[in-house]
Design a protein around this ligand. Structure first.
Ligand code: SF4
Length: 227
C-alpha cells in the first residue's frame, strides 16, 4: 500500500486491526516512505514490527542514511533490498558497504540482463546442492507460492504469483479459496515437471521452483541450459 494513499484515519483503522492479533508484522515499503510509517505506527505500537526497505534508482543516499539511523535508534529490525533492473543498478551497489539483498526486477525490456545475470546456467545448477527435503518438495509443490494468497485492497484474492482472481474475501470463505487453489493449481503446486521444456529436463527437481518472472513472461525454463 503506498503511503500517499493512506490517510490518518485509514492508518488508524489499519493499526487497530493489526493490534487485534499477536503476530509479528513485516512492513514492506520504499525507503522514502519509512519515516512516515514509523511515525504512524509508533503511537500505537504494541505489536512486533520489522521493516523490509526497498531501494531503487531514485533512492537518495542521505535519506537512506537517515532512515537507517532512525530504525537503529528505535531498535526496529530491518532488511535492505535493492531492486535491480540493469547493469547500472548492479554497479551502483558495488560501492556500498551496507548489507543489501539484491532482487532482480523484470521490466519486460531487460530480457538480456536477465539472461546474463539472473537465469541459471549449468554451472549454477551444479552449485545448488539442494537438500533431500528440497528435492522431494520440488516434485510436489512450488515453495515460492505454496499457501500464500495475495489479497488486494478491493478484497480480491489471488494465489501468489498468479494474476487470476479466485474470489473476494468479503463473500468467500478462506477454506473454499484454499480448496479451489489446491484443485485448480494456478501456482501453489506448479512444479517444473508440469511445464513443456522443464518437464523433459534431467534437472527439473534440482532447479529452484518456477518463479513469478517465468509465469509473467510465459518463459518457463528460460535458463541458459540446452536440453
Ligand atoms: S530447462 Fe527447466 S529444469 Fe532444465 S535447467 Fe532449465 S530451468 Fe532447470
Amino acid at each position: 500500500m503506498g503511503v500517499d494513499n493512506l490517510t490518518r484515519i485509514q492508518t488508524e483503522k489499519y493499526v487497530e486491526i493489526l493490534n487485534k492479533y499477536n503476530y509479528q508484522y513485516f512492513v514492506h515499503c520504499y525507503v522514502e516512505d519509512c519515516t512516515l510509517l514509523v511515525d504512524y505506527f509508533e503511537h500505537q505500537n504494541t505489536f512486533n514490527l520489522s521493516f523490509f526497505l526497498y531501494i531503487d534508482k531514485y533512492t537518495n543516499n542521505s535519506c537512506l542514511a537517515n532512515v537507517i539511523t532512525l530504525l537503529e535508534n528505535k531498535r526496529y529490525e530491518f532488511k535492505l533490498i535493492k531492486l535491480v533492473r540493469d547493469e547500472k543498478d548492479l554497479t551502483s551497489i558495488k560501492e556500498t558497504k551496507l548489507n543489501i539483498l539484491l532482487v532482480p526486477v523484470w521490466t519486460g525490456a531487460n530480457n538480456i540482463f536477465f539472461k546474463e545475470n539472473v537465469m541459471l546456467n549449468k554451472n549454477d545448477i551444479y552449485t545448488l546442492n539442494p537438500s533431500l527435503e528440497e528435492l522431494f518438495r520440488n516434485q510436489k509443490l512450488n515453495s515460492n507460492f505454496f499457501c500464500i494468497f495475495d489479497i488486494l485492497n478491493t478484497g480480491d484474492v489471488l494465489p501468489h504469483g498468479s494474476i487470476k482472481k479466485m474470489g473476494n474475501i468479503a463473500d468467500t470463505h478462506l477454506a473454499d479459496l484454499v480448496s479451489a487453489e489446491l484443485k485448480g493449481n494456478n501456482t501453489w503446486r506448479l512444479t517444473r515437471n508440469l511445464t513443456k521444456k522443464c518437464g523433459s529436463c534431467i534437472y527439473r527437481y534440482l532447479c529452484p521452483p518456477i518463479s513469478t518472472f517465468e509465469i509473467q513472461s510465459e518463459d518457463f525454463g528460460g535458463c541458459c541450459v540446452d536440453i
